[in-house]
Design a protein around this ligand. Structure first.
Ligand code: BGC
Length: 734
């Protein structure tokens, strides 16, 4: 009874707050002219460009803001700059509606954190939420209200450069990461001055681009779309994301910025989203080259009627909406609804109370690159590292190791560790691997040679590199991609090491010293030679400003690696798409049987499976058991597995649970991640890790597209990655 009363009270407070917010929005709306309303739906890049440059001069914005023709600016940065623009909006325009300032805070602002794919490798939602929280604190102090993140696109094709911006291939892990980032950015209360609105993007299916080529066509079944690609968006919406961004791509012939089914039926009618949708950069204008609109006016009509509330940089709304309303092609009500959604977010941010609350120069100075944020960046960078190989337990290194030769084009790069979206980041802040290792050892112990550039074809530096390798007791070979090889419009047709890096590795390995390879890259790489010939292999992704310190922490054992791959590593680009939650087919690949689903010139298995990652501890799994072997469709079942640290160091293990539905009205994946826990274990310690199987874990879109459980036989798997697992069957009854 007591509980019910409290719930009723909470509900009635929320309801009355909502009503009073709606009343305030209506009151603002009632005083606006149609032109001013359309102005609210218009967004320009006010500083620099993060998309196609239309040669607009940034100075011209001031007059447009004064005239009420701009509702939002992106890419204006800093408390001074944003204050200046805000002043024009709230003091010099007629309607006095505050601007909302957006920026791509994808993995940090001034302090660059690990790229999102790296952070996803932590499998640590609390750490990822904390990272987003710190990013929001720093960004908000520089006048930013709104980040165009999290990027929650599922990516099964590592050729696609934007795989670096997301959380990898899995909808479950991706959903948890999406929610964690939304919570981190938005904090407990959007009205606080250190929280920023999240924008889940790119809605939707963008990562399914054919051939991994950016902006390319996407076509897939509605089932896959909903079960794989939409899942993280739903999770972001459920976590309270204030905005979404419509994607560039088409799906099934309909570009997202004209997709009413997606932006209205699914997003608003099914999911009850009450925030606003912004287009991607010029994506409304691009309805013309897509072949969906004949001109900008028709593009505007399609965009607004589909559910794109704010037009980023295509000028379509500002140029055409008035005529479209006057001619009846767009209703006044549609415009009002879109304006309402945008005003709602501006109200939630508290901008009507204090439009300058994010423009405080003293706070900006105190929060930018603060000691706390830099130490958070180092902590999360350490957790993002994935140890892929450690033969003979060569790692961690002892400080008494003797001489270390550090070789490779990324060993002392100040810029590349920043990663793809570090637009505010400063390469001067980056600690390189050479610098990080030098902090751990005496200067005399560390030799450095670059060997070659990232994309070089020249081998001129090889001899010097081999010479330092010969003088050393151990070689650290830091190889990979440049920061500009992943991210938007940076798709690759190959997944090997660029330039002559592999040949450098061959030359250095031939020197006969133990070689530890450290990879820095924005996507999975197909590097079987490196895996075979290195003594140890570390996946360091792009770890941001604290890269070198984090790598050195792992190399010398002050951090015991605990990262796991959020994405499959292929052996060859020819295997793409390669993902763990694939279907079995009628003829699953079998090397002993020719007429099966396989390549005759390469095995089907990945180089490293999804979920893989080693530790300096050793984890053993046993006794995967169920409390009962059968559950009803609305019941539950508890699984447990014993995990023992049989090594000599304390460490953390990500214990993963997968399920397979053996027979269905439609075929189901061979495994689907349904739960995991990161557990800390002392040497010799065993923990029983539990996982409760709930109806939600077993639902899918059945033959008639209802989201339901089908009774029958299932298999539960538990292990430290998606390949090496224990299994136990269970049944679901009617
Ligand atoms: C990207 C978005 C980004 C936007 C604004 C576009 O080109 O696709 O991810 O948020 O630019 O910078």
């Amino acid at each position: 009874m007591h509980k019910i009363c409290i719930l009723l009270l909470i509900y009635s407070i929320a309801w009355s707050q909502q009503r009073s917010l709606d009343a305030r929005i209506d009151s603002v709306l009632s005083k606006m002219t149609l032109d001013e309303k359309i102005g609210q739906l218009n967004q320009y890049s006010g500083g620099f460009f993060t998309g196609v440059n239309k040669n607009r001069l940034s100075g011209s914005y001031e007059q447009l803001i004064r005239e009420g023709k701009v509702g939002s600016l992106l890419n204006v940065f800093g408390s001074e700059q944003t204050r200046k623009m805000q002043r024009i909006a709230v003091e010099q325009s007629r309607a006095k509606i505050p601007l909302i300032f957006g920026l791509d805070v994808i993995h940090g602002c001034k302090t660059t954190f690990p790229v999102p794919l790296a952070e996803a490798s932590t499998w640590d939602t609390a750490a990822v939420a904390l990272s987003a929280r710190w990013q929001a604190i720093e960004a908000s102090s520089a006048g930013i209200h709104w980040t165009f993140g999290p990027m929650v696109d599922i990516a099964r094709d590592p050729r696609w450069g934007r795989i670096v911006e997301g959380s990898g291939e899995d909808p479950y892990l991706g959903s948890l990461m999406a929610a964690a980032r939304v919570r981190g950015y938005q904090g407990g209360d959007l009205a606080a001055n250190n929280t920023i609105v999240a924008c889940a993007k790119h809605f939707a299916g963008y990562g399914g681009a054919e051939g991994g080529r950016d902006y390319n066509t996407v076509d897939m079944s509605e089932r896959t779309f909903r079960e794989v690609y939409l899942k993280p968006f739903k999770s972001a919406v459920d976590a309270g994301a204030g905005t979404l961004m419509a994607s560039f791509n088409e799906i099934g012939g309909v570009p997202s910025s004209a997709n009413h089914q997606l932006l209205t039926r699914i997003l608003r009618d099914e999911w009850k989203f009450d925030g606003f949708v912004v287009s991607d950069w010029n994506s409304v204008g691009e309805l013309i080259p897509h072949g969906a609109a004949k001109d900008l006016a028709q593009a505007a009509e399609l965009g607004i009627n589909a559910g794109v509330d704010m037009d980023m940089e295509s000028d379509a709304y500002i140029a055409s909406l008035k005529n479209l309303v006057n001619s009846g092609k767009v209703s006044q009500n549609t415009i009002d609804e879109s304006v309402r959604r945008i005003l709602r977010i501006k109200f939630r941010l508290g901008l009507f109370e204090d439009p300058y609350k994010y423009c405080d120069a003293a706070r900006e100075k105190a929060q930018t690159r603060s000691k706390e944020i830099i130490s958070a960046a180092r902590m999360i960078a350490g957790k993002s590292i994935v140890l892929l190989k450690n033969d003979g337990e060569i790692l961690p290194l002892k400080k008494s190791i003797g001489t270390v030769a550090i070789i490779g084009p990324l060993a002392n790069s100040k810029r590349d560790p920043l990663g793809a979206w570090a637009q505010q980041g400063d390469s001067g802040d980056v600690v390189t691997v050479v610098e990080g290792v030098r902090q751990k050892l005496s200067a005399a112990q560390v030799l450095y040679e670059q060997g070659c550039g990232i994309t070089d074809s020249s081998k001129n530096g090889f001899a010097a590199a081999v010479a330092v390798a010969k003088k050393a007791d151990v070689v650290l070979l830091v190889l990979g991609e440049s920061l500009a090889m992943s991210g938007e419009a940076y798709s690759r047709s190959r997944l090997d090491l660029p330039g002559v890096q592999e040949e450098l590795a061959e030359a250095v390995c031939a020197a006969g010293k133990p070689v530890i390879v450290i990879l820095m890259n924005g996507r999975p790489l197909a590097v079987p030679w490196i895996v075979e010939h290195s003594n140890a292999l570390i996946e360091a992704w792009f770890l941001g400003v604290q890269s070198g310190n984090a790598v050195a922490d792992v190399l010398f054992g002050s951090v015991n690696p605990s990262g796991k791959l959020p994405v499959t590593f292929p052996r060859s680009v020819g295997q793409i798409p390669l993902y763990y939650n694939n279907k079995n087919t009628g003829r699953p690949g079998d090397p002993r049987n020719h007429y099966t689903s396989a390549y005759f010139d390469l095995e089907n298995t990945p180089l490293f499976p999804f979920g893989f990652g080693l530790s300096y501890s050793k984890f053993e799994y046993s006794h995967l058991t169920l409390n009962v072997s059968s559950m009803t469709m609305d019941g539950s079942l508890t699984a447990s597995v014993d995990v023992r640290n049989s090594g000599t160091r304390a460490g953390e293990e990500v214990v993963q649970f997968y399920i397979r539905d053996l027979v269905g009205s439609v075929t189901r994946p061979v495994k689907e991640l349904k739960g995991f826990s990161k557990v800390a274990l002392r040497p010799g310690e065993t923990k029983k890790v539990e996982f409760v199987i709930m109806p939600e874990h077993l639902k899918f879109y059945t033959l008639d597209m209802t989201y339901a459980i089908e009774p029958g036989e299932f298999m539960l798997f538990a292990g430290g990655n998606s390949r090496d697992v224990l299994e136990v069957p269970f049944t679901v009854t009617q």
